[in-house]
Design a protein around this ligand. Structure first.
Ligand SMILES: COc1cccc(N2C=Cc3cc(S(N)(=O)=O)sc3S2(=O)=O)c1
Ligand SMILES: [Zn+2]
Length: 260
């Protein structure tokens, strides 16, 4: 049927028709204003226990490129910070712009980055399935990491080298042995707030943890993401996958907290 996308007719400004929660009170992304974030001494550090993580595959879902993990046990979790219990690593994916344009979803004092990495975790302590967690107010914890342009990232090639295998929507290939720890910046200082999925179904189920320090990737590396297509191989219309980001949404009655 008529599916959502990032074009003029099916893009973020139209999503509310099929997903009324798009106009909800805890939508994401937002513009983060550092000076207005509340420094909270009760907010401890976050811990990323990814050493036993097991990546499974890399796929093009028609909206982004996603790396999925085995989440059948608590082998890889995020804990601490604003979280009351460990959240299980499920997948990571990216959002990016067009050549030379901004592409991140969150912005910082009105400034966007070239891209944003989302590492998605779910509350397997409280919820039996991912689907249940993804629709629950404390179901997901997503780590947001900004990508800024500069030198080559020494490990990103492991992902960009695989992109030719998942050029079209619906394609997937094995992707074992990848640890997202190699995509983290040196500092785990963060902003955190209660928000939502940034794509349909836009569930208001995400505790966002946005790292303050970006990682650096080259224009050449980011350009590889733009060889992906929104369309399936059999579709006539070829649509380059780019500008797959939702713009910042109203903060409403929320505050953003800052780790020390
Ligand atoms: C029942 O709800 C479900 C079930 C299965 C998958 C999803 N998802 C859809 C969108 C979506 C968007 C994310 S983002 N950009 O905010 O990090 S994460 C995510 S998802 O949880 O994978 C939702
Ligand atoms: Zn995302």
């Amino acid at each position: 049927g008529h599916h959502w996308g990032y074009g003029k007719e099916d893009g973020p400004s139209a999503w509310h028709r099929q997903y009324p929660v798009a106009k909800g009170n805890r939508q994401s992304p937002i513009d983060i204003i550092p000076n207005e974030a509340r420094r909270d001494s009760t907010l401890g550090p976050i811990f990323l226990k990814y050493d036993q993580c097991r990546s499974l595959n890399i796929a093009n879902n028609g909206h982004s490129v996603v790396v999925e993990f085995d989440d059948s046990d608590d082998r890889s979790v995020v804990l601490g910070g604003p979280l009351d219990n460990p959240y299980r690593l499920k997948q990571f994916h990216f959002h990016w712009g067009g050549k030379g344009c901004e592409g991140s979803e969150h912005t910082v004092a009105g400034v966007g980055y070239a891209s944003e990495l989302h590492v998605v975790h779910w509350n397997a302590v409280k919820y039996k399935t991912y689907n249940d967690a993804a629709a629950a107010p404390d179901g997901l914890a997503v780590l947001g990491i900004f990508l800024e342009l500069g030198d080559d990232h020494r490990w990103l090639h492991m992902i960009t080298d695989a992109l030719y295998m998942v050029k079209f929507k619906g394609s997937a290939t094995d992707f074992k042995g990848f640890n997202p720890k190699c995509l983290l910046p040196s500092s785990l200082h963060y902003w955190t707030y209660l928000g939502s999925l940034t794509t349909p179904p836009l569930h208001e189920s995400v505790t966002w943890i946005v790292l303050k320090e970006p990682i650096v990737v080259s224009e050449k590396q980011l350009g590889m993401f733009r060889m992906l297509q929104f369309n399936g191989e059999e579709e006539d219309q070829r649509m380059r996958m780019e500008n797959n980001f939702r713009p910042p949404q109203n903060l409403k009655e929320r505050i953003v907290r800052s780790s020390n």
